[in-house]
Unconditional design. Structure first.
Length: 135
């Protein structure tokens, strides 16, 4: 756990390697600590770790990741968040849809429906997901 706490001071590839490996650790507690440590990293590094976290064998890590992604309010985060709809665990899918509903006031029956909606509507949002209102 101390190595995970120290990982938040790392940058780039080192942080990605350490934290992504730890989110697959046999201990769920260590995996969750690693997922939480990603919050302290720069956005680009954080997104890579979140992408890896979505493949974690631990459902709590995947669920924590979709919660974090829904808080990011950025286009790259939304693209990853939509992948949460593919998760085999219903709880992760439900948490993903809650995040999408909070952001866009809508839920989706499938990842493909969400991807299609996002492809058609992302131009209406700034990079920080602020709705763009035409004058």
């Amino acid at each position: 756990a101390q190595a995970i706490d120290s990982a938040s001071v790392l940058r780039g590839e080192d942080a990605i390697d350490i934290l992504s490996g730890a989110t697959s650790h046999s201990s769920v507690e260590i995996a969750i600590l690693a997922a939480e440590a990603a919050r302290e990293l720069p956005s680009e590094t954080r997104m890579e770790i979140y992408e890896n976290n979505l493949a974690s064998p631990h459902e709590p890590v995947r669920e924590l990741t979709v919660i974090e992604l829904s808080r990011q309010e950025s286009k790259p985060a939304i693209e990853l968040l939509i992948l949460g709809l593919l998760d085999p665990a219903e709880a992760v899918v439900e948490t993903t849809n809650k995040g999408l509903e909070r952001l866009f006031n809508r839920t989706f029956d499938s990842a493909s429906a969400a991807k299609q909606w996002w492809a058609e509507n992302q131009h209406e949002y700034s990079d920080t997901l602020k709705h763009i209102v035409s004058p």
